[in-house]
Design a protein around this ligand. Structure first.
Ligand code: HEM
Ligand code: NAG
Ligand code: NAG
Ligand code: NAG
Ligand code: NAG
Length: 547
């Protein structure tokens, strides 16, 4: 953790030289914002670990157990199974007994989409859970593919023999010694629920494994000093699975954990990382998703009713101790012909800023966000933007953030028309997610304009295909207010979920054979998205979404 902080601190001052990242990178941005910047409030789902009191079910512990049960049926020799989200279909199995798995599986449903698979959410859940309870940072790679159906069973049971448990871990790719580590790394959080295992825990509620809710080496220290309360050690002999596993190498591994919290942390980080990275052979995982310390999000270029172009963007500054009341961030831009922005005319201060919004601490990091909204005529328009950061507001220490030298690019051939864009609503049986209206520069003619929806499943349904689009483009609902732009509009097919929380829409235009992507339009429930659509949007459209 200390190393990561040092790394992030150095990135803040030398971005381009450390991380080879150039904005925008849609696939990376979505996951980076999800995992580090709490874009979809995933990080807020588990209570702060300290508030998960012993005796209550802990969401963090549940997420870790769920990731293990998903991964535990891997067959590494065959290259099948592992962390593939198949747990979604497997909650009715006896080996997955318990509310902890069932509720995690349905919590995860709200967070997957086109750029982050359900299986990735399960894996990210383990990373977040361990972090939330004070454990080590586990690098997260994305790219898992969600299984279309249940996989084989085979999660070890507490009543299984040591031999059979060892064989199950071997199938999963872990040695007998690594099995000891992995079980201790899991059984430092949470406990055994009386409702699920009344024979093992005869008392009402959840019996803690090691007295604390935290990710710590108490599981090992209490094992040796006579104060263990692990129900899989002190319960009925037949189910004393932790006792058998912990002692299976003559206590060598557990002694090393009891002796050193650092050893426990580094061993667990490495074993848990391997656990979540055990994936079917066809899966190629990404490089670890690291936080980008200075990055635009919620960028949207739109055509307003009065024919003005609006550029909206928020920049996140992220890292240890980045909250500052003196820092001045200024946005600068170039117009489309690069001659109207002479004499520093094209610059603006934020319209708002937010510190730690809404949850900025992850792994010791803070977040401060600066939101900009600037207008230009269609003639002037925009071609790129960049920022200057005056760290203490004195003008003595001004750093330029220009995307590694090339500025943040603006594509003004394709704009959104928010006035005529809305999320659909359930109207009879119509399968309409919404309407998107775009404005395309009249100097070009698109060969295709594509509107797509990514609507996700609701609890209790199998994970569906997340794509319903593309839509045919319709006629303009209204005339563009500017001769420089032509409106294109269409209804976006696909079912909208009743709660509207899991729907995203996307748009793009193909111009001279090149695809110009638009932005992701999130539906109402995404807390930190300025590109989100209003909750009840059909009225907002100014005309019926479905006509
Ligand atoms: C032989 C292997 C294992 C056996 C027999 C076993 C057994 C159990 C049992 C019986 C429970 C209680 C579940 C409930 O009350 O519903 C439990 C909880 C838990 N297990 Fe394991 N486990 C094993 C390995 C692991 C591993 C490898 C991990 C993670 C790396 C893990 C993580 C957890 C967690 C976090 C809980 C607490 C869940 C909660 O409090 O909601 N377990 N385990
Ligand atoms: C046993 O270890 C735990 C955790 O380190 C500690 O809180 C407790 O005081 C110890 N008890 C004894 C009797 O040493
Ligand atoms: C391992 O440690 C436990 C707890 O102190 C003890 O009960 C057990 O006898 C030890 N087993 C071996 C093989 O050392
Ligand atoms: C941009 O133009 C719109 C429409 O004229 C106006 O409502 C808004 O206040 C303008 N924003 C800025 C930052 O000037
Ligand atoms: C909506 O989609 C569902 C599932 O694909 C289909 O069964 C139904 O007929 C569709 N309804 C309409 C009105 O097209």
């Amino acid at each position: 953790m200390r190393n990561l902080r040092v790394l992030l601190a150095s990135i803040v001052f030398a971005p381009a030289s450390v991380v080879a990242y150039t904005w925008p990178d849609r696939a990376y941005d979505v996951i980076e914002e999800f995992l580090w910047k709490d874009r979809n409030t995933f990080l807020e789902v588990p209570e702060p670990c300290s508030e998960d009191t012993i005796g209550q079910q802990s969401t963090s512990a549940a997420w870790l157990r769920t990731a293990y049960h998903d991964a535990a049926t891997a067959n590494v020799a065959a290259g099948t199974g592992g962390l593939d989200g198949s747990i979604f279909y497997e909650t009715a199995r006896a080996e997955n007994v318990g509310d902890s798995i069932a509720s995690s599986v349905s919590q995860f449903v709200s967070f997957y989409g086109r750029y982050i698979s359900y299986a990735d959410v399960v894996a990210a859940g383990a990373v977040v859970a361990v972090q939330n309870c004070g454990g080590p940072n586990i690098p997260f790679r994305s790219g898992r593919i969600t299984a279309p159906e249940a996989g084989p069973s085979g999660v070890p049971l507490p009543t299984d023999s040591l031999r059979s448990q060892t064989a199950a871990f071997a199938r999963q790719g872990f040695t007998a010694k690594e099995m000891i580590g992995l079980v201790a790394c899991g059984h430092t959080m949470g406990g055994v629920d009386n409702e699920d295992f009344p024979d093992i825990n005869p008392n009402v509620g959840v019996a803690s494994f090691d007295h604390t809710v935290y990710f710590d080496n108490n599981i090992a220290t209490t094992y040796f000093n006579g104060t263990t309360i692990d129900p899989l050690i002190s319960g009925p002999a037949t189910s004393n699975s932790d006792a058998r596993i912990f002692a299976s190498d003559g206590n060598v591994t557990m002694r090393s954990f009891a002796h050193s919290q650092d050893t426990f942390f580094s061993t667990c980080a490495s074993l848990l990382e391997r656990m979540i990275n055990t994936v079917p052979k066809e899966v190629r995982l990404s490089e670890p998703i690291v936080a980008i310390p200075f990055k635009p999000r919620d960028y949207l270029l739109s055509l307003l009713p009065d024919g003005t172009i609006n550029l909206g963007v928020t920049v996140d500054i992220f890292g240890p101790n980045v909250i500052s009341s003196t820092r001045v961030v200024t946005m600068h831009w170039n117009d489309r012909d690069s001659h109207r922005c002479a004499s520093k005319a094209c610059s603006a201060l934020p319209v708002s800023q937010e510190a730690n919004a809404p949850l900025a601490k992850r792994n010791g990091n803070e977040l401060q966000a600066y939101t900009f909204s600037v207008n230009a005529t269609t003639a002037a328009s925009f071609s790129s933007f960049w920022f200057t950061v005056d760290e203490d507001g004195t003008g003595r220490n001004v750093v330029t953030e220009n995307n590694g030298g090339g500025n943040y690019p603006v594509d003004d051939l394709l704009l959104l028309v928010p006035q005529y864009t809305c999320q659909g609503y359930l109207n009879g049986n119509l399968n309409i997610t919404g309407r998107i209206t775009v404005a395309i520069r009249s100097s070009v003619t698109p060969s295709a304009v594509t509107l797509e929806s990514a609507s996700f499943g609701v609890n209790g349904q199998p994970i569906p295909q997340i794509f319903d689009g593309p839509a045919a483009i319709g006629t303009s609902p209204a005339l563009s207010p500017s001769p420089d732009y032509v409106y294109y509009t269409g209804l976006v097919p696909g079912p909208i979920q009743a709660n509207g929380c899991s729907t995203q829409m996307e748009y793009s235009a193909t111009i001279d054979g090149v695809v110009h992507p638009g932005q992701i339009l999130y539906s109402g429930c995404t807390s930190r998205a300025s590109t989100r659509l209003p909750e009840s949007t059909c009225e907002y459209c100014g005309f019926p979404c479905t006509s």
